[in-house]
Design a protein around this ligand. Sequence first.
Ligand code: C2E
Ligand code: MG
Ligand code: MG
Ligand code: MG
Length: 292
Amino acid sequence: ADIALNAAKAKELSASIYEQGSEEKHLHQIRLVDDLKIAISEDQLTMFYQPKVDLHQKRVTQVESLIRWFHPELGFIAPDEFIGLAEQSGLMPSLSRWVIRNVLNDCMDWKSQGFELVMAVNISAYDLAHDDLPDYVFGLLKELKLKPDDLILEVTESAVMQDPKQALMILTRFREQGIKLAIDDYGTGYSSLSQLKSLPVDELKIDMSFVLKLDQNKDDQAIVQSTIEMGHCLGLNIVAEGVESRESWALLEGYGCDKLQGYYISKPQNSANFIQWFKDYDVVNEYSQELS
Ligand code: C2E
Ligand code: MG
Ligand code: MG
Ligand code: MG
């Protein structure tokens, strides 16, 4: 509740800043870039975790890591507000490394407590445009004694489309080592499924803009159902993100969707709260309770 409140406050604050005009906006962004440098070294960043439910196995098999920045003065700042700035200002290499190290540490920690979960990590267009992330990840997996298939990297469709050839090269290096790959926000980035098929991809995440109102919108239903069918024909695992209702869950299950993610299942939460939630969560029970 605290976080939601802070988020609302931060939104209000940044909305008022943006309304003041482009110069103020620019100054605000410069401040954020400066502050982000400090944030990386001073523990203002933390990772939150949101589960993906596997509908075939009826359990949580994967968890997506999502970065959170709690600014000492400005409160919560959403990743969509600072990831782009980090990309433009050259901070992305250190941010991505910070994320991957923290996330793999948590993964190792959970394993030692007996929780086996595949960790999904978002990587950005910047990471695809530069050649040095794969070796960093391989080195870290070795250091922490984790397996490549403990990890799935999520890259947005639009990040791939910025330079498909370069993206293919980087993604292939990850894939050759056994790291799985997901296309995030699918359906918003102007690629075709056949283009995607030329990438070494395992999982397709249908963008939440098609899923949020699935229970009310016939067009979304047609788009989602046919995307699932085409994806399956191409041998891809399909994930729906933005599942917010029991009705959407039921529709997606009917379409044969493989995995679900969304507030209806769980919001992103910090590591300790996520593990507590994970211990208590029972897909079959939760769902049938809601249905009855
Ligand atoms: P994404 O990877 O597509 O993540 C999904 C976003 O939707 C997350 O927002 C998540 O909190 C939110 N979400 C999940 N379920 C629901 C739902 O049922 N309803 C609604 N309305 N929203 C839902 P978040 O955490 O603000 O992240 C936004 C984006 O920022 C991410 O989109 C991802 O592209 C980027 N991002 C987040 N963490 C990282 C990171 O560690 N590294 C990089 N490079 N990018 C990140
Ligand atoms: Mg993602
Ligand atoms: Mg997404
Ligand atoms: Mg997104």
